[in-house]
Design a binder for this molecule. Structure first.
Ligand code: F6P
Length: 558
């Protein structure tokens, strides 16, 4: 039975009614009216503090949003996901990334079975395989073809087979093995691989070919070129010590020439953008060690447990999702800006772009209807304080109101005096400024104190006034550790899931991406074979003709 269109549900209508009043509130007044506002609108779980008090909400708003979550069946859908039901309806697949980070089941506890297969058993068998390999590479027992230990690891993958490993290895930089240098190549643009290989020694380089399908054009091209690069010095039998694969496709791995003994498998119930917890996380385990990788999984598992077992009103991912729905569907915010105040989280926004936009960038419901409201906002952002000196002007005074997620890591992993207080001061000052703004009378008092003329004061006043009332969340953690990072990622995963349930979209397919892949394949053969371009429009035909000439002329190496 199709789900009622979202804007026809009683809970949604009640929220529309509530919003008619809420749109006139100012958060300054809400804070002034309730000194306990932080306590009322903040949560702690799995090492994270989530402060959502700087949103245009009251406890009534939250109660109505929770009604919406209940009416859309968030709890039942959540439980179905954890049980391994095939909730990815267009691909008939289960969605079990939570099983990748669950500890081994205690003796006597029932196994999680999927099509008769014991999921936990399979997961832990691969983790054991990873641990064995990781330990050998890290302690120098795994040797390259000349007998030297590995010094450089190059991950070749794209999308979920790249963004997670790169983001996590960067975020956990303080835990890196001193001998191992991590490199990540994703773009089929040869400049990416060229730059990564610069200065590397094939005898001490290990390539991880990471692809769920092992058919992704970009990754296979990069893998082929890396193989050619290696074979300029090494021989075909030497490849086995320098190329390993992470994939669900054993046949394709073998056909590529990688020894399947050096293949780390995962399964079709792991979505690409949820695969960092699987063997796709191999570069992370190599970089930070298997124990830290286990802590990373444990941090995510702590968030899973919280999400699965906590009543909705104290459930962090549920509340984060509902705040997002409130801003997107009622205040019409088209985007969400991510502001991590930690340099090592510089790839976090790109990671979230895939997570949220590939999951919920959909306009068709699971029932095949057009969604009756707008769905996923654009996700974008930059680390603080850099973003402050680039686009924050628009966030403060632009005509759009953009909600922001501030991410604060309280204790640094460096010992440079002075920096951390400046960093945190900026983070908190920004969210306060967005909330409070500066009213004309405050701006006037400030200008008067500067002793400027009345005429100048009058001219400057509108420019020095800030409306405020601009919403943000602050997520704070004590330090950047494998466990807190795991919890942070899992928080956003479950938030994304809850929003998908409310919008009634399938958060686990990506047909738009598949569409682009097929089109590029056709044009690639037209560029290479010289065949008359097929049925394109005039613009595409002209561009193909130009590119053919350029390709025939060869590279423009200065
Ligand atoms: O971007 C689409 C996608 O299918 C992602 O979901 C996936 O992470 C990426 O391509 C890479 O796919 P694969 O791991 O199969 O190479």
């Amino acid at each position: 039975m199709p789900l009622t269109a979202l804007n026809d549900t009683a809970a949604y209508r009640a929220l529309q009614h509530h919003h008619a009043a809420a749109k006139n509130w100012h958060m300054r007044d809400l804070f002034a009216a309730n000194p306990q506002r932080f306590d009322a609108f903040s949560l702690e779980a799995a090492g994270l503090l989530f402060d959502y008090s700087k949103n245009r909400i009251t406890s009534d708003s939250v109660a109505l949003l929770l009604n919406l979550a209940r009416e859309r069946g968030v709890e039942a859908q959540r439980d179905a996901m954890f049980r391994g039901e095939k909730i990815n309806s267009t691909e008939h697949r289960a969605v079990l990334h939570t099983a990748l980070r669950a500890p081994p089941k205690s003796p006597g506890a029932p196994a999680l079975l999927l099509d008769g297969q014991d999921v936990g058993h399979d997961v832990h068998a691969v983790l054991d395989q990873m641990k064995d390999f990781v330990d050998r590479v890290r302690d120098g027992r795994w040797l390259g073809y000349t007998g030297l230990p590995i010094t450089d690891i190059v991950n070749l993958g794209i999308g979920g087979s790249h963004l997670g490993p790169q983001m996590v290895c960067t975020a956990l930089r303080s835990f890196l093995h001193p001998r191992l240098h991590m490199h990540f190549v994703s773009n089929v643009d040869g400049h990416d691989l060229q730059e990564a290989l610069h200065g590397l020694n094939p005898a001490t380089t290990l390539f991880i070919v990471a692809s769920k399908t092992f058919t992704t054009r970009e990754t296979m091209m990069n893998a082929q070129s890396a193989r050619n690069w290696f074979l300029q010095q090494g021989t075909v039998p030497d490849l086995a010590r320098h190329f390993v694969a992470v994939s669900t496709n054993k046949e394709a791995v073998s056909a590529f020439g990688i020894d399947t003994d050096n293949m780390f498998p995962f399964w079709d119930w792991v979505g690409g953008r949820y695969s960092v917890w699987s063997a796709i996380g191999l570069p992370i385990a190599l970089a930070v060690g298997f124990d830290h990788f286990s802590d990373f999984l444990a941090g995510a598992h702590a968030m899973d447990t919280h999400f699965r077992d906590t009543p909705l009103e104290r459930n962090m991912p549920v509340i984060q999702a509902l705040i997002g729905i409130w801003n997107r569907n009622f205040f019409n915010s088209e985007s969400l800006s991510i502001a991590p105040y930690h340099q090592d989280l510089r790839h976090f926004t790109a990671y979230l772009q895939q997570l949220e936009m590939e999951s919920n960038g959909k306009r068709i419901t699971k029932d095949g209807e057009v969604v009756s409201v707008v769905t996923c906002p654009f996700i974008w952002g930059e680390v603080g304080t850099n973003g402050q000196h680039a686009f924050f002007q628009l966030l403060h005074q632009g005509s759009d109101i953009t909600p922001i997620d501030f991410i604060a890591v309280l204790r640094p992993t460096h010992a440079l005096p002075g920096h951390q207080a400046i960093l945190l001061a900026n983070c908190f000052a920004q969210s306060e400024a967005f909330m409070r703004g500066k009213q004309p009378d405050e701006a006037r008092t400030e200008l008067q104190a500067q002793g400027i003329s009345d005429a100048e004061l009058k001219a400057l006043l509108p420019h020095k006034t800030f409306t405020g009332n601009r919403p943000s969340n602050t997520i704070a953690m004590e330090a950047m550790t494998p466990a807190t990072l795991g919890a942070l990622i899992a928080l956003y995963e479950h938030k994304t899931f809850v929003q998908g349930v409310i919008w009634n979209v399938n958060s686990f397919d990506q047909w738009g991406v598949e569409f682009g892949k097929v089109l590029a394949k056709n044009i690639e053969s037209e560029l290479l074979t010289g065949a008359r371009p097929a049925d394109h429009d005039a613009s595409t035909n002209a561009l193909i003709a130009r590119a053919r000439k350029a390709l025939a002329a060869g590279p423009a190496i200065p």
